[in-house]
Write a protein that binds this ligand. Sequence first.
Ligand code: ATP
Ligand code: MG
Length: 495
Amino acid sequence: MTEAADTGAYAGTQAERSVPRSRSLSAKLLLLTVAFVLFAEVLFFLPSIASFRMRWLEERLATAAAVATILVQGDPTTLSRSAQNDVLAAIGAKAIAVRDGGVSRLLVVADMPPEVDEHIEISKASVLSSMPAAIDTLLFGGNRMLRVYGPVGESAKEFELVIPDYRLHRAMLVNARYIVFVSLLISLCTAALVYAAIDRIMIKPIRAMTRSMLTFSDAPDSPAGVIVPEARSDEIGLAERELAAMQTHLQRMLSEQKHLADLGLAVSKINHDMRNILASAQLMSDRLRMVKDPAVQAFAPKLLRTLDRAVAYSENVLSYGRAQELPPARRRLRLAQLVDDVHGLLGLEPESGIEFNNAVSSDFEIDADPDQLFRVLTNLCRNAVQAMAGVADSSIVNRLTVYAEREGSVSRILVADTGPGLPQKARENLFAAFRGSARSGGTGLGLAIAQELVRAHGGTLELIESSGGRTVFAVAIPDQPVRLDEARHGMRRPA
Ligand SMILES: Nc1ncnc2c1ncn2[C@@H]1O[C@H](COP(=O)(O)OP(=O)(O)OP(=O)(O)O)[C@@H](O)[C@H]1O
Ligand SMILES: [Mg+2]
């Protein structure tokens, strides 16, 4: 199994972890650019088609005005029918009229005077207001009759023209097709250019960063996985530099961790064998007691004590090196009895001058793992005894008291001694493994292990007070939570 599969953090193969083309940033970007440019072109299309229609009508009205001005000079009533028809056919209109000083004169008209569908006052029509009419002509026009009127140029006269819209409709269709074609061309060119630019400036570097992250997560210790940042001063450049710095930092940390782990493994192996060797040395030295030589008698106990210490040291380091303590197997315990056992283990000789006071009431019960709580209390009591044993003055009271109290569902065990209090170094590194020891021969693991065990019970280990003459550690352990449904049905173990 690979490391990736082990951790579960980097699940999936390279292919599974890459983005399919259709969902890639580039594809999204291309679609969005085309959509936005097309939208802009539609916005441009409406006014341009409306203005085309206005211009077309204005031109027709201007031509009609020119014809009308000439006709007005003579007598238009003398124009023959065929001449009238020729004039109208040239302009493509059905009637031309002029209005001067409130009097309207029909100058030329087709055989059948047409019925008008729409009236357009050219001077009042703006591009915006004629947009709906332009769309209407484009979509449904071709067989309507329009009446267009208004002044032309500087003339004071108003001219009027009745004209069918089929030519206008055709011209507008041709123009609209042209605009659509040009719009599409522009949108495609713009989309392609924007796409190419953004792909080069952003997407490619992002892809390179993603590739680098994947390669790095697959083989964090390989220098090939570290990204080489480009020399750019924008946000992408910053992100690349930060990523490169983070990967380099991680790589250095990983290699340090690996060294430490290797070292730890080697130390554990050495320690394990050393403990066995020391144990045999302990056995052999035991025999030294039997040698009557006074010199041997003088150093044998010291040698034994030193060996004891060395064995205890090895055992502590080994037990701390174990990955984790087992979860507590909780039982209901009579605490006073457990404290008595701790007392027994301490092996306090009467001549040590240390008084042990088990002040736990005999009916005090606690919900905890017996072995683990025993180890916690042994560590605390042994520390207290070791601190008080250093005091040579027989007038000083050396008393270790263990008592307990209950607050609701939390049991609190207090271990108090009348020793000298914690040295500064121990206080600064309280509960920190290997660093807290302030006595020769100490490993600095006792309090760290005790705290770990108490925490596994959901509890706390605290130094309540420490001054010359009074040091108190408090272990607070809450009872196990009771499942409500079990409690309701009376399934709880009788307490
Ligand atoms: N009751 C106490 N009175 C005075 N000093 C204490 C007391 N309890 C702990 N200390 C100080 O705290 C230090 C750390 O204690 P801890 O039990 O963690 O390590 P240790 O006793 O030095 O070594 P180990 O318990 O691993 O053999 C001790 O070295 C001691 O100086
Ligand atoms: Mg200790």
